[in-house]
Design a protein around this ligand. Sequence first.
Ligand SMILES: Nc1ncnc2c1ncn2[C@@H]1O[C@H](COP(=O)(O)OP(=O)(O)OP(=O)(O)O)[C@@H](O)[C@H]1O
Length: 478
Amino acid sequence: MRIEGVKMKSIVSSLGIAFRGIVTKSSTIENKPTRSSSRAARKKKIKWTDRQSQILSSISKGESVFITGSAGSGKTMLVKEIIKLLKKIHGRSAVFITASTGVAACALSGQTLHSFAGVGLATADREVLFSRVCKDKEALKRWKNAKALVIDEISMVDANLFDNLEFLARKLRSKFSDERWGGLQLVVSGDFFQLPPIIDSQDSLSMKEFAFEADCWNSSFDLQVELSTVFRQSEPPLIRLLQGIRRGKCDFEDFKLLKQRCSNTEPEASVIRLYPRNEDVKRVNEKRLSSLEGKLVVYHALDSGDDPWKGQLHQGITPTCLNIRIGARVMLTKNVNINRKLVNGAAGTVSNFFVTKDGAVRDLCSDNGCGLLPIVRFDSGREWVVEPEMWIVMEGDKVCARRMQIPLVLAWALSIHKCQGMTLDRLHTNLSRAFDYGMVYVALSRVRSLEGLHLSGFKPRKIRAHPKVLRFYEDHFE
Ligand SMILES: Nc1ncnc2c1ncn2[C@@H]1O[C@H](COP(=O)(O)OP(=O)(O)OP(=O)(O)O)[C@@H](O)[C@H]1O
């Protein structure tokens, strides 16, 4: 038996659960690819589609672009390439990378849009926001120094905020006050058919809600493109089903296909369950964890930096406190080795713990003077010692906060909000409990194949696309 470079003959079982060994960055555990090798592997694989290439060329010309498209059509992947390009064009310190949620921001090593803007809750009048930013030296510096602004997961940004930010950009960058966004090159990405903004109102149909309803929306972009090739799924019936659901449609064929995926039998524990509400996620994970026997191992994240950036680390990118036992279902919260498919979203089961005297691990999790590292058997069959990883919150080229933690989360259950952006091999969900527009689409579009989709029920009326979103896509992309 061999755990990726950890020779089992050198491992002695002690404490009933723990192995003895040494883990250092230079140890025999082959879980750190060189940066250049993983970059080379990625470079070899990507052949940009015509639309993706069109966007890259428009960015090179300094144009502002809105990138949309179905789940799995390569928006995030393209945005990562765009960020590299923007840094070459404008310099690292003039490119600001933001997203509407902390999870999405950390995935791009950026910051939340609110923290970039320095607007706090942003519900105040725009003149109040302006004086608030003027009093915040750092925020003011960001606005003045920026040459490019990236905003990911735009579907969760509301119209009012988008208009207010454009106003602030023009007013704070007085040299460019005649230009939209004060002359910033803007790159916005997201799919409005996915999760909508949280608006504090009962009557969302009569007021502005989505960012595309902002007064400045159309004048903000030189180019608005919908990516049409789906990469995450390859089966035509599944792609057709998902494209229909994205637009709130479920015809007889779709109904039949979804019915076939329904079953009353409990799926095996290795299948991830998706729930619309956090309390269900917590309840299921805690219940499953407490049903396991054996020692509970606790990892406390090590955070550094200042607020508000430090606060972003608590927004769900990876747990502040991770409790696991042997047998726990877990999922990676970071890409740890792309070549070996150990990527954000890869699921597995904790098979044991590895004892190390490594100081960094001991600070996270101390046990009899040693630290324990989880050994995970991934569903691909690969067994891997999971080492601590670092998350950083950047502002331009400045690191403002860091978190060190074991990159795992309990994964018998996840919330639909948390899974936006993920790719899953297998999932189980009950569609009859979805409560928001786009929720059914986000949940179903995570899975790669029909075989991996398990439903315990669905109600066709829960498959809903917002009428305003439908109109926006008809007007702009058909
Ligand atoms: N040009 C391409 N060729 C091959 N694969 C691609 C290409 N573009 C993207 N992909 C792959 O498609 C998959 C989905 O990409 P990505 O996560 O960027 O989609 P997305 O549009 O951001 O999805 P979501 O809306 O669900 O977040 C990834 O595995 C990515 O590697």
